[in-house]
Design a protein around this ligand. Sequence first.
Ligand code: ARG
Length: 460
Amino acid sequence: QPVRLWGGRFTGASDPLMDSYNESLSMDRVFYAQDIKGSIAYARANVKTGILTQEEFEIIEKGLGEVFKEWAENKFEPAPGDEDIHTANERRLGEIIGTHIAGKLHTGRSRNDQVATDMRMWLRDELILIEEYLVDLLKVIAQRAEQDIDYLMPSYTHLQRAQPIRWSHFLLSHATAFQSDLERLRFTKKNVNKCPLGCGAVAGNAFGIDRVQMAKELGFDGLIMNSMSAVGDRDFVVEVLQCASTIGSHLSRWSEDLIIYSSLEFGYVKLADAYTTGSSLMPQKKNSDSLELLRGKSGRLFGAMAGLMMSIKGIPSTYNKDLQESVQPMLDTVKTLKDSLQIAARSLATAKVYPEKMRAALSPDMLATDLAEYLVRKGVPFRETHHLAGRMVALAEAENKGMDELSIEQFQGVDKRFGSDVLSVFDYERSVELKSTTGGTSRSAVLEQLEALKKTLGSR
Ligand code: ARG
């Protein structure tokens, strides 16, 4: 029978399947550094409470240093009774410094406040990386938007051709979404970085431990004020998974756009070989796999979030073992998100853009709104001009011509108010440049967006 930390009151045998069902070391071993740091802070604070002498603290600190080294060098050997990272580290500490002193470390502490502390520390550090990768993606978008500002392309609503825009404007539409994600992420990071240590199993600490000092030592921005909530909630994980899901939905739609644009029928972009794969059967194939994986993996992010919310929504207050189920989706989401953000940035940075294809996809019918607005500028009410422009679209269609190939007489045959300058409407640059209000697609309006984006990226 494995030796268990909590085995005193147990007499019956254990079931090996239950042991493996219950264990979390295979996942929470990634918190080893946080667990050890937390234990050192806890031991230090327990010198002030009188639980440990200064000398005992130093022995514990040194012993924990050795445990840390074993993990770091991949030499830590789990024993059969090690359920999780907390029991593993305490067991090993006892072997190194003797159980008489090691056995004092857990006074007033529970794995309940310990695991919540470890998870928050781990997550906070990962969020710093995720934020970095998100900023990198935004920088790649900003760079492309700046360098490709001359390229015009169709915009789409309902995936039907709508109005001419700048390719940079399209890129910045996605940047705007990722910018909101960045704001949300920064807010979430603050919520994650609150310290539950010193709350014990449920009711608080009976030895007057200095929670503020421990939180400071561990780099937290504050405390979770209520001990029952501190050990019993995983809202901070849910919040990160929600953030990740929103980022995932944005990455997925961005990918979907680029998948469409990289089909031969569009041909606006081509991914670099490094982010595509071929077919085992069809020799000619080059598939945009990185984008498809981004789209597919976003489903996994939503799944992790929905799954965790299902796991925790109906459990009673405070710690229940269900909460252990928050570890797997947290680890999976952090890895998926970190990888996805980097793959997205690299795919875009190395993609080739084909402005002539974008240009060739523009057609005069996309200027029907401009035609209506031409008459508006001559004082005709829009509802009327919309109808007249629509008739010109129908006429061109009937003649199997572009609207720009119709004669002035044909325009004036529909309405006398079309002037001899009407054909000046059929100029894509002109159309784009007219949208110069903030948020529009003219060069100046796009540059304004770009400047605003660059400013947020600089002020981190
Ligand atoms: N491994 C557990 C978790 O991740 C922490 C252990 C708390 N266990 C307990 N029996 N109170 O939630």
